[in-house]
Design a protein around this ligand. Structure first.
Ligand code: SAM
Length: 246
């Protein structure tokens, strides 16, 4: 998959290229990343890309012309028909389903990041296909949100993970959170490991994990269960499990 990012802080993306799962995907040529700095397109020798907001108020706004030129350069760097995504607190909440859809439908993407008070609205109106938000909080720039999306997207590319099955066995894939995990030693501070995980009975382990996923999701993120729905069997299981706890 080909990505181009528009960012005033291109060096931040070295972290994606240089570390962990994502760096291996670059080594395997599964992914390419161009970072375009809008300052390259500034009209003055100081590289000015921001100006005061019309109507007054605090902070600065990213100017339309250098941002539009940077998006055009990013689009031509990836070629094809990329989707242009702007990271913004007002965007749609980014989730696993959205990321999976992008991987399925796009070979090229442009990720547009802003800083300061944000981007001149006319850039959004003219070149942005979708705005996404990574959580109900404000960070100083779109770089970290874009890096989160890039990392999550790259994990989904065939060949990116050492064990392909692990991406189908993770939180959010089936609308549920993951079951609890344990590793050696068998006892830590007096706490053991659930018997079934030591039994070698793969069917029983799979069932325990599915049940634990349901319990954890109900406890931590009941909103996910509301969205996903439950089979009759799952609903009966959760009913019995909560009666046992009462
Ligand atoms: C300091 S923020 C601007 C916040 C903006 N004035 C507002 O109140 O919505 C600068 C930039 O960081 C990025 N950003 C901040 N929080 C974000 C979030 N939760 N999700 C996605 N991008 C975010 C956006 O690109 C935003 O334009």
């Amino acid at each position: 998959m080909k990505f181009a990012v528009v960012s005033l802080m291109p060096e931040m993306f070295d972290a994606i290229r240089d570390f962990g799962v994502t760096s291996r995907a670059f080594e395997r040529n599964l992914v390419s990343l161009t970072v375009v700095n809008p300052r390259t397109f500034a009209e003055d020798r100081h590289g000015t890309v921001d100006d005061r907001p019309y109507g007054g108020g605090p902070g600065m706004v990213l100017k339309a012309e250098p941002m539009l030129a940077a998006v055009a350069a990013a689009k031509s760097a990836v070629g094809g028909s990329p989707m242009v995504v702007h990271f913004s607190p007002r965007g749609k909440p980014l989730d696993q389903g959205m990321l999976a859809e992008w991987v399925e439908n796009f070979d090229e993407m442009v990720l547009l990041t802003s800083r300061y008070e944000g981007l001149d609205e006319r850039v959004i109106e003219s070149v942005v296909d979708l705005e996404v938000c990574v959580g109900d909080f404000v960070v100083s720039g779109g770089e970290l949100p874009a890096m989160m999306a890039l990392d999550a997207l790259i994990r989904l590319l065939p060949g990116a993970l050492g064990d392909e099955s692990s991406k189908n066995d993770e939180s959010f894939i089936d609308g549920l959170l993951e079951y609890p995990q344990y590793t050696r030693p068998e006892t830590v501070g007096g706490r053991g490991v659930p018997e079934v995980l030591l039994s070698g009975d793969h069917k029983a382990i799979a069932q325990w994990r599915q049940e634990q996923s349901l319990i954890v999701t109900q406890r931590m993120r009941p909103d996910l269960l509301d969205r996903r729905g439950l089979s009759d069997q799952e609903a009966r299981f959760l009913d019995t499990a909560s009666q046992k706890l009462e």
